[in-house]
Design a protein around this ligand. Structure first.
Ligand code: SAM
Length: 325
């Protein structure tokens, strides 16, 4: 079967794979406090099911897979899953998004399993403020996780910071300095109106922040490989990169190369639309591999042109951790 291309000519070569919708943090813009509406574990795809789906995507040319969630490190035996996925023919880039609270204990195993690139969410370096944003005192655990990740050999390590008006927006300069010092790539992210929590976060337009940081740190236009949504600035010697993920102020849907699989096996064709394919039902109804590939192919043809976070901010009721961030 031919490689995956949607009806707008975009090649789909990247799968974001959520392994759980649960998380040990309650970031104010993501999972609401007291939220209990998590998927039942029996609805989660099993490792065998995940392996079948990823193998099918790999046969269709999707060589890059990112484990995410929820918090992926809360799923038991995650390094074993990573090892199984990395062993699949055609998968040549396995990466992980994590909040790093559990990373210190898992870093070496995950790296040995084949995960090379790491994204760590970190919204503040101020312990009380981070606790306020995440609902938990966790800065020292995250910093220990980052130290362990460096030691284990992950490269690159990217720090993802969601910029929140009136909360951490004054901290972007110190986050730049922290990342420069430690050799991390920094990406600043605009809040997306996903669920009530995402909608109630105070949005900051990152275009002005970009100008401010470009001048202050004398950054020039740059590129970081990976084909993701961030637009980058970098230091003149190339040692530091700063990315901006701006789904609202400057969306990047025309270069979208990805789809998302939720922990319960729903393929989301766009983060900001409701178009899906229920792969779990197909798998549990006994679909064969050829039918699985055909179903994925047909779904990709339905991939929406773009999200409508700006024009229709009330549209998406699910929170980020339900889709897989
Ligand atoms: N737990 C992992 C982590 O922390 O990276 C992976 C899942 S988390 C949902 C993925 C990313 O989505 C995090 O960087 C988080 O800050 C971001 N996120 C969650 N809700 C968001 C929202 N409404 N707008 C923008 N980013 C959001």
């Amino acid at each position: 079967m031919t490689a995956l291309q949607d009806s707008f000519g975009r090649k789909i070569e990247y799968l974001r794979l959520s392994v759980t919708d649960r998380c040990d943090l309650r970031c104010s813009y993501c999972i609401p406090k007291g939220f209990h509406d998590f998927e039942m574990p029996e609805h989660w795809l099993t490792f065998d099911e995940i392996e079948r789906v990823v193998a099918a995507f790999a046969r269709l040319g999707v060589a890059r897979v990112r484990l995410t969630g929820g918090e992926p490190l809360t799923r038991p035996r995650i390094a074993e899953l990573a090892q199984r996925l990395y062993a699949l023919p055609g998968v040549n880039d396995l990466s992980l998004s994590t909040n790093a609270t559990l990373l210190a204990r898992h870093a070496a195993d995950l790296h040995a399993a084949g995960i090379s690139r790491l994204n760590v969410s970190l919204d503040s370096l101020d312990a009380p403020l981070l606790a306020c944003i995440t609902g938990r005192d966790c800065l020292s655990q995250i910093l220990d996780g980052l130290t362990a990740a460096k030691l284990a050999g992950f490269s690159p390590i990217k720090i993802n910071m969601v910029v929140l008006g009136g909360e951490n927006e004054h901290e972007v300069e110190s986050m730049v300095e922290f990342c420069m010092k430690h050799g991390f790539i920094l990406r600043l992210i605009e809040t997306m109106p996903m669920g009530e929590t995402g909608r109630s976060a105070r949005f900051v337009d990152l275009q002005a922040v970009r100008q401010r940081l470009q001048q202050r740190f004398r950054l020039i236009d740059g590129v970081v490989s990976g084909g993701g949504p961030a637009r980058y600035l970098q230091s003149a010697d190339g040692s530091f990169s700063l990315g901006f993920i701006t789904p609202i102020s400057q969306h990047f849907c025309d270069t979208c190369n990805r789809v998302r699989l939720s922990a319960d096996g729903i393929l989301y064709l766009c983060l900001g639309q409701e178009d899906t394919l229920d792969l779990r039902s197909l798998l549990r109804d006994g679909i064969n591999d050829a039918q699985l590939e055909a179903a994925i192919h047909a779904a990709i043809a339905r991939k929406p042109e773009r999200h409508e976070f700006k024009d229709q901010p009330g549209k998406i009721v699910r929170i980020m951790s339900q889709t897989g961030g």
